[in-house]
Design a protein around this ligand. Structure first.
Ligand code: 1HN
Length: 348
């Protein structure tokens, strides 16, 4: 048999395979790639550019008429939808006097309040949101937003929509009559019930997510400063995770959240990990080096570090406080979590 015979036979064979909807393993690129391909890119969404676009949406989309959520979702330049393959982040605006009616869905969400103040009601509990507060809307919890303050309210949304859609598991439901949900609890009830470091013993909580609907910035910021003060290597910064007080685990089954304090002039250790993350700057000005490229950021900006990209943060002007939303919990149960932390400065 000549090589030409073999090539001709192979061509005909592969065509028959296509007709039969099968493919030969040895012809598929990357079936056993030795490392993830870096097919998404780092990107910074700047408040300076996006806030005005969001404010312009007021004249384009009436809340309750044209949309239930006046939000701009950040798409990774490599994707049609999704800030990373698992996460979508964006800014959302509610004006004084406006309401965003209740709904619930299988994707989970977090909010990080950036400007103004108002309320998100979560399963009957009105949660007051002020700058830096982290508010959870875990899977299938009813949530609506309302605003009775004076200044336009803007927050960062972070959801696991691309992941949930990828699992063909997105379900959503509107609250009856397109209204705000019925309030069944006092304001910040979950904070009053769970935040003291004491857990109720005689109360069942079967859910997989944190019973706390809010992590107030005043508390988180003070805890971070206190931890940082007692830490040996302040120049590398301090990173704390928001936890479910009942388990010490992640706040939501698919999402984990962190807060980092990096003193002015400080630089984090280099890290790369399989999970992706969205970082939002609450204080300070600085930059990150991601796979060798520099990305500058300042207050209220957010940026994405896709999977398996090496990154480090540097605080250039003032102490930096950076909020982080990660899809890390998705990786853990399947043995897919890989984290490399580079040598600390000064290590040989
Ligand atoms: C959503 O339901 C909200 O409830 C915000 O405020 C952003 C982005 C994608 C899909 C659903 C909200 C969203 C979202």
């Amino acid at each position: 048999m000549t090589d030409i015979d073999k090539a001709a036979r192979a061509d005909a064979y592969f065509e028959r395979l296509r007709d039969a909807n099968v493919a030969a393993l040895w012809t598929i690129p990357g079936t056993l790639a030795t490392e993830p391909t870096l097919d998404e890119v780092p990107y910074v969404w700047r408040a300076e550019e996006i806030f005005p676009l969001l404010e312009e949406a007021v004249s384009i989309a009436d809340l309750g008429e044209d949309t239930d959520r006046r939000a701009l979702n950040a798409s990774n330049p490599t994707r049609r939808f999704g800030t990373s393959h698992n996460l979508v982040a964006g800014y959302q605006l509610v004006l004084p006097g406006e309401t965003a009616p209740a709904h619930r869905h299988t994707p989970s969400a977090i909010r990080l309040l950036l400007q103004g103040s108002g309320h998100t009601t979560v399963d009957g509990e009105p949660v007051l949101m002020e700058r830096g507060d982290l508010v959870l809307t875990p899977p299938n919890t009813w949530h609506d937003h309302r605003h009775n303050g004076t200044e336009p309210m803007i927050w960062l949304d972070g959801l696991d929509v691309p992941f949930v859609r990828g699992q063909h598991a997105q379900f959503a439901e509107e609250y009856p009559n397109g209204e705000l949900q019925k309030i069944t609890q006092e304001e910040d009830a979950s904070v009053h019930r769970y935040f003291a470091g004491l857990n109720p013993v005689d109360e069942g909580w079967e859910k997989q997510h944190s019973p706390l609907n809010k992590y107030a910035y005043s508390t988180s910021r003070a805890a971070l400063a206190e931890y940082h003060r007692g830490q040996g290597e302040p120049a590398w910064g301090s990173r704390l995770e928001y936890v479910n007080p009942l388990t010490g685990g992640h706040v939501i089954p698919t999402l984990s959240c962190y807060l980092t304090l990096l003193p002015e002039g400080g630089r984090t250790t280099v890290r790369r990990q399989t999970p992706s993350a969205v970082f939002c700057v609450l204080e300070g000005r600085g930059h990150s080096i991601i796979e060798g490229e520099r990305y500058d950021w300042s207050e209220n900006d957010f940026f994405v570090v896709p999977s398996w990209h090496r990154y480090e943060h540097v605080a250039d002007d003032g102490d930096a406080v950076i909020f982080e939303l990660s899809d890390l919990p998705i990786y853990e149960p399947f043995g897919l979590l890989r984290v490399e932390v580079g040598p600390k400065r000064g290590d040989a």
